[in-house]
Structure formats: C-alpha cells, structure tokens
Ligand binder design. Structure first.
Ligand SMILES: [Zn+2]
Length: 56
C-alpha cells in the first residue's frame, strides 16, 4: 500500500501518508478505508461487519 492514496469511506478524507491510524475493512475482496476519526466513531460497527448498504 506504500504510495497509495486512500479515501475515507464515510467522510471522503484523503490520505497519502500511510498513516497507520487508518482502518482497513475488507469487504467482498474490496479494501475500504476509514480515517482515524471515522474508524474510532464506528469501530463497533466495523467489528460487527455490517453490510455495505449500511454505510450509505
Ligand atoms: Zn472519515
């Protein structure tokens, strides 16, 4: 993932610094990223593996 630009799934924040605080949620073979703020706010939801429809 080095050099990759990732976008937060929820708030559309962009990161290209490889900040380890970003959370990766693998869903259906697709990598979904959450910025640190969103990851913290929704940590329980991520752990519950809610379906993608929930995020919209
Ligand atoms: Zn976010």
């Amino acid at each position: 993932m080095l050099g990759a630009v990732r976008t937060c799934l929820r708030c559309a924040a962009v990161d290209d610094t490889d900040d380890p605080a970003w959370a990766l949620d693998r869903e259906g073979g697709e990598n979904r990223w959450l910025c640190p703020d969103c990851a913290r706010a929704h940590a329980r939801d991520i752990e519950a593996r809610l379906p993608p429809e929930w995020w919209s």
